[in-house]
Design a binder for this molecule. Structure first.
Ligand code: PHE
Length: 349
């Protein structure tokens, strides 16, 4: 090319370059514009490469003009780059913007199961009286579930009708938490004051008041000089803590192989105060079985029955939960209906 053409190109390139740079609307577009305006294949670069073939006068003048143009385009590129970076930053910030004045989204917290709430409440009453919490296995052996509890071989509780056996011979799902009495007395010397909450299993036809998987809270106290009066006082304290200070306790004779004497314990109804209503029927709510630990049971666990006496009780958790919360059908506790369970939100804790 000759000097004239070179001058014309430099003039055109100023206008073309500035407008390309001005039109670039992203960092990528600006990079492309830079290549087009100042890159190796650009008309500007061709002019630069031709300078050497011009006479000294033209080389000097056009060289200066080319430098001036390059500086101008470079300045326009820098300016545009700053502008685009600012805009991109603003766009990101806009996307991330949060409205701190909006009300927060409430987390849906779960709640404890009603049976857990009631069980905790019951266990809490006893731990405040000084009892420790014990646990035992849900799969038990014949000795702990029957034999040591003085349940003879021909007792109905040992037939297939009442018990759920596992495939390993001699093992079954425990039919009552009383098995924990044995495990506790075998492993520690008196004085013993424990409660043992847990799951129990029986072969039941399930209905409004029976489940085949249910819960009990077992209690056991073994010490020197423990009497039936201690049992009564303890259960009265329990019933009043659970159902109110005016409750009365009634004990009727009953038979359990591992206690002597044994009794069925009821508390005067907290709704009608013992006159009879829909909650209780006849004014009394039957809550649990109890009695003085049978001397044979103490001896089975290696405890001197001449020196020590004790009492035991077993409370049905479902039963207590039903009367406490006015639930008419025990099956509701295990059906998993969220509408039912949600009503206990915040009841325990
Ligand atoms: N284990 C008995 C039951 O399941 C309850 C009970 C416990 C009775 C302790 C007396 C003493 O019915």
């Amino acid at each position: 090319m000759d000097p004239q053409e070179a001058r014309r190109i430099l003039e055109e390139e100023r206008e073309r370059g500035l407008s390309m740079i001005a039109r670039a609307d992203s960092s990528e577009a600006l990079e492309a514009a830079k290549v087009g305006v100042l890159g190796r294949k650009s008309p500007f670069s061709q002019v630069q490469r031709s300078l050497g073939s011009f006479g000294p006068e033209d080389r000097k003048r056009l060289g200066m003009a080319a430098n001036e143009l390059r500086d101008a385009l470079q300045a326009a590129l820098d300016e545009r780059r700053r502008l685009l970076a600012g805009a991109e930053e603003a766009r990101l910030l806009e996307g991330d913007r949060i409205d701190v004045t909006l009300p927060g989204r409430r987390l849906r917290t779960g709640s404890l199961h009603p049976l857990t709430i009631v069980e905790d409440e019951m266990v809490g009453i006893f731990t405040r009286m000084g009892y420790r919490v014990e646990e035992g296995p849900e799969i038990e052996d014949d000795w702990h579930n029957f034999e040591a509890l003085n349940i003879p071989r021909d007792h109905p509780a040992r037939t297939m009708k009442d018990s759920l056996y596992v495939e390993i011979p001699g093992l079954l799902l425990r039919t009552e938490t009383s098995a924990v009495q044995i495990r506790t007395m075998e492993s520690q010397d008196p004085p013993v004051y424990i409660v043992a909450p847990g799951r129990t299993y029986r072969r039941e036809a399930v209905d409004a008041t029976h489940l085949s998987v249910f819960h009990q809270v077992e209690g056991l106290a073994v010490d020197e000089g423990i009497s039936f009066a201690d049992l009564k006082g303890t259960l009265e304290t329990f019933a009043r803590a659970l159902f109110g200070p005016d409750r009365k306790v009634r004990m009727n004779p009953d038979y359990f192989p591992f206690v002597e004497p044994g009794c069925q314990v009821a508390v005067s109804c907290f709704k009608c105060d013992g006159t009879g209503c829909a909650v209780c029927g006849n004014g009394w709510i039957e809550l649990l079985g109890a009695g003085m630990v049978h001397p044979k049971v103490l001896e089975n666990c290696g405890i001197d029955a001449e020196r020590y006496t004790g009492f035991a009780f077993g409370i049905g958790v479902e039963r207590v939960a039903m009367v406490r919360h006015g639930v008419s059908d025990m099956r509701m506790f295990v059906e998993g209906d969220v509408r039912f369970l949600q009503q206990f939100q915040g009841a325990g804790v």
